[in-house]
Every structure is written in structure tokens, then in C-alpha cells.
Design a protein around this ligand. Sequence first.
Ligand SMILES: *Cc1c(COP(=O)(O)O)cnc(C)c1O
Length: 232
Amino acid sequence: MALLDVEKNLSTIRDRISDAAIKVGRNPQEVQLIAVTKTVEPEVIEGAIHYGVTDIGENKVQEIIRKYEIIGNKVRYHMIGHLQKNKVKYIIDKVEMIHSLDSYDLAKEIDKRAKKIQKTMKCLLQINVSGEESKYGISPLEVKSLLKEVSELNNMRIMGLMTMAPYTDNPEEVRKYFKDLKQLSLEIDKLGFENIHMNYLSMGMSNDFEVAIEEGANLVRIGSSIFGERNY
Ligand SMILES: *Cc1c(COP(=O)(O)O)cnc(C)c1O
């Protein structure tokens, strides 16, 4: 896709983010755009950075490594895809936040690798709110016991929740899942774990981000509406 289109799309998306926030009386500044750059080439990403993108999302470790080599740290990287334990070491020094924490084993590995480089890794728990089998993430019922275990790790910090709603052409159909995630975050805050605070709700993609913002998202992960349809 031509860079001019990326600039235009970014501007449209920013307007739509603002409108959705204002519609429900929220401050648009609260909502952070994460431009999802999977399959997007580094020179296009550089262009997007030029047009004000500060945060990008990738779902593959290999892609983060490759893009980091070229683009470096002038943008913040978010790991938004399923993360295998044995690959944590490759990205621990490169990413701002891991959105896809989904097991205690993975948490322990992140903690161990973060400790080695004296970092506190920001993480979000990925929740499978819809119960779809094809989706990664833990079930809302498992959350509390996992949080209890994870709260004892010192070099990682759970800062919120992430979810992917089922794909739909009609975002109203998935509003309930965003409501559920928000509700779960309120319940977790009430549990009062010392080092766990629900600062972030990472929810909303190209097809449903406005509804997600209306329900409280403050991190939206948007790819194809900015960079065009992916060929896979
Ligand atoms: C690809 C992806 C997105 C962005 O999806 P679009 O529909 O292209 O906006 C968001 N979150 C995750 C986890 C993804 O893998």
C-alpha cells in the first residue's frame, strides 16, 4: 500500500477513535493506538512512524527481531500473538508490553528473563471471553488462581487484560465480550493484589474498535484498516 494511503488511513482511524471516545464521554487521549504491523514491510512502518505512530503490534517473535534490526527503538513494540516459552529470550529486551500472557509457565519464564536484564516486563493477561476453541487465552474462571501465583513474581507486572473477540461483520454482536472483559478487570481490582492493577484493557481491532472503546478499551490494536488487507 502506498504511504499516502497509510497517512490518510491513520488520520481517519484517529478521528474514529476520538469520535467513539467522545460518544461515551471519555477523553480521546486515554485511548492509545497500537498499529498492528504484521506482514507490513519496515519501510512502510518507518512511514507510519513519520506520521505519528508510536506503538506497533506484532504477533511473531521472528518478525519483531527482523523489524527491530532495521527500525530499532524509535517505536515501541507490543507482542500481541501467542508466545512460546523458549522464545521469550529473543524479545524480552525489545518489547514494551506482552499482551498474550496465558499461563504460569510462560509468566515464570518472562520473569526469569526479565530479571537477567534487570527489567520489569509489563504484561497483560489474555482472556478468552468467548470460549472459542480456536482462541488462545485463559478462561475467566482460571484468572484468579493464575493471578495469585503470578503476583509473587518480581520482574513482571500484570497491568491489565487483553482479548480478541470472535470475528464479525456486526460489532454489536461482540459488545458483550468487551463488557465482560471490563467487568472482569473491575473484579480483579477489587481482589486487591498488591502489585496487580488493571490499568489497561487491550481490546478492539479494525472491525470492532469503536464498540471496544465505548466499553472501556484504552489500547486498540488496528492493522488492516491502516495498512490494507493482509494476504493470508
Ligand atoms: C492481526 C491482529 C490484530 C489486528 O487485526 P486487524 O483486523 O487487521 O485490525 C489485532 N490483534 C491481534 C492479536 C492480531 O493478531
